[in-house]
Design a protein around this ligand. Sequence first.
Ligand SMILES: [Zn+2]
Length: 239
Amino acid sequence: MSHGLLDRRTCDRARIARDARFDGRFFTGVLTTRIYCRPTCPVKPARSRNVVFFPTAAAAERAGFRPCLRCRPETAPGTPAWHGAAASVSRARRLIERGFLDDAGTVDGLADTLGMTARHLRRLFLRHAGASPTAVATTRRVQRAKALIDETAMPMSAIAFAAGFTSIRRFNAAFRAVYRRPPSAVRRARRRPGGRGPSRQSAAETTAARQIRRAPLSILSATIAAPARKRHASAKAAP
Ligand SMILES: [Zn+2]
């Protein structure tokens, strides 16, 4: 599997050192737990022989790993490894980010826009992202939803549509497939005593939620997390 310029030894050293410079550049899958993490995960690092590395969250999910609830891969900054990819791949990624594949958009349509065949576009994605354009789009939708669950008190139905799903049923199915539990279970966990789940929806959160749909997650997290952090300045992050 391709990781841009990163090789296995570099990734392994980075995740054992919790090197923040590598955050977002690769993800670590732990074979014994089937969970994938950011290089900066606070959990005790697994043994080197028990880990594999992926260039994107979508690639880790495609291989059957679920996102860690501690280091929250959905909040990792950007995906710089993609910057080394062909310009057309970067452009495709930006279009997916803006929701090209969320509503009626198809991979054929995306390829058309980029002036290439769908087959070639899929091949480029597999090489650079380790997953198909459709898988990348699905991962991003679930990631947006997860961020809204964690950072706002929006009802689940509103979250589904704000994140780019066309129905609540599809949202539930996609979320369960990735997290192995329903969205409501993740929100309950956030609201445990000592957790930092929001108590009620503020106007700022509603505005932020409206912006989420087309915003890159890195920007989004900063936007939405700010008021929550102020209110719960002394609270520790829940696992
Ligand atoms: Zn983790």
